[in-house]
Design a protein around this ligand. Structure first.
Ligand code: NAP
Length: 300
């Protein structure tokens, strides 16, 4: 019987919380370093390869490499920063107790994957930074200002996670339970789908012999300009391009030019262009009659 279960609670002072990591990969390293940099106590780490755990621990004074169970035993708050596919199994293989919390950093994985710890008295939650973590040093630099999505079933854990977000100079986003699939899909539109859009554009450039490098040199400033316009004017009013100006003939020329590239590329262009029509309407750049002409042209 666990005699701690009814008496222990999470520490209320964030500065006193002992933090541990299981999984010393890209996100684990960047997050551990960032938390430690704010003066928080990152005291324990475990990973599959000890050299990776050591790499996480090296820049943090008093952070010790140990087994996953020792991390759990030594910490008030444990981040399971393994790949999504093994978060549940990792949690299930360990013994938890009340007065501590375990969170994962996956965007799409339900917090319920940590239920084993909850049944043993621990609090469970999610802490998902909306940022891409490649090189951990660069990722740690890019963390301030990002949104971190927090989810917790228990109020005191929510308070703790919000305090961490504040320490990291990030922006908190509370996610209701059950929304992770939709939330993560939304993030994909402004993450990997940008790569998909660039792929289409680069393929067009390559048809006249330009390299990807040349194409990107031209396209990236354009993309930055669009992002700036979105930031200033919003999604609809910040949208550039022929549809926003009611320029039907340019779209006609685009369709003719893309047709030889094959039906897949043409259909994708038609789909994307169709989505811009209601945006142009919303921004007041075109009226209902013009909108219908675009729709007819794109369906033809
Ligand atoms: N990378 C991103 O851009 C990003 C962004 C947001 C959220 N996330 C989330 O962050 C989490 C970690 O992703 P990541 O990109 O950092 O993955 P990663 O670079 O592959 O790192 C995962 C780490 O987990 C360790 N590991 C694997 N199985 C383990 C086990 N059974 N026990 C202990 N450690 C284990 C690995 O150990 P070794 O290295 O020692 O072999 C590795 O260091 C995921 O939930 C992911 O969805 C990632």
């Amino acid at each position: 019987m666990n005699t701690h279960q009814t008496v222990l609670t999470l520490p209320t002072d964030v500065a006193g919380v002992r933090i541990g990591f299981i999984g010393a990969g890209r996100l684990g390293q960047a997050l551990a370093w960032s938390l430690a940099h704010t003066g928080l106590k990152v005291v324990a780490v475990s990973s599959m390869l000890e050299e990776h755990a050591r790499a996480l621990a090296a820049p943090i004074a008093a952070c010790v490499c140990m087994s996953p169970q020792a991390v759990v035993d030594a910490c008030d708050l444990v981040f399971v920063t393994t790949p999504d596919s093994v978060i549940g199994a990792t949690c299930d293989s360990l013994t938890w107790h009340s007065g501590q919390a375990v969170v994962h950093c996956s965007g799409v994985t339900d917090v319920g994957v940590l239920t084993h710890a909850l049944t043993q008295g621990a609090s469970i939650g999610g802490f998902h930074p909306m940022q891409t973590f490649g090189d951990p040093h660069a990722a740690a630099q890019s963390l301030p200002g990002c949104t971190i999505t927090v989810e917790a079933g228990q109020a005191e854990l929510m308070q703790l996670l919000l305090a961490l977000v504040e320490r990291l100079h990030c922006v908190p986003n509370r996610l209701p339970a059950g929304m992770r699939g939709r939330y993560h899909a939304a993030a994909g539109y402004t993450s990997q789908f940008i790569n998909a859009l660039f792929d289409q554009a680069v393929r067009l450039w390559q048809t006249w012999g330009a390299t990807e490098e040349e194409a990107l040199r031209a396209l990236l400033p354009l993309a930055h300009g669009t992002l700036s316009a979105i930031q200033t004017a919003g999604v609809a009013c910040g949208m550039p391009g022929p549809v926003s100006r009611g320029d039907l003939s340019s779209i006609d020329k685009h369709l003719s030019a893309i047709t030889p590239m094959g039906p897949e590329m043409l259909d994708f262009y038609r789909t994307l262009c169709s989505v811009t029509v209601p945006l142009a309407r919303q921004a007041g750049g075109i009226d209902e009659v013009q909108a219908q002409k675009f729709i007819d042209l794109l369906k033809a």
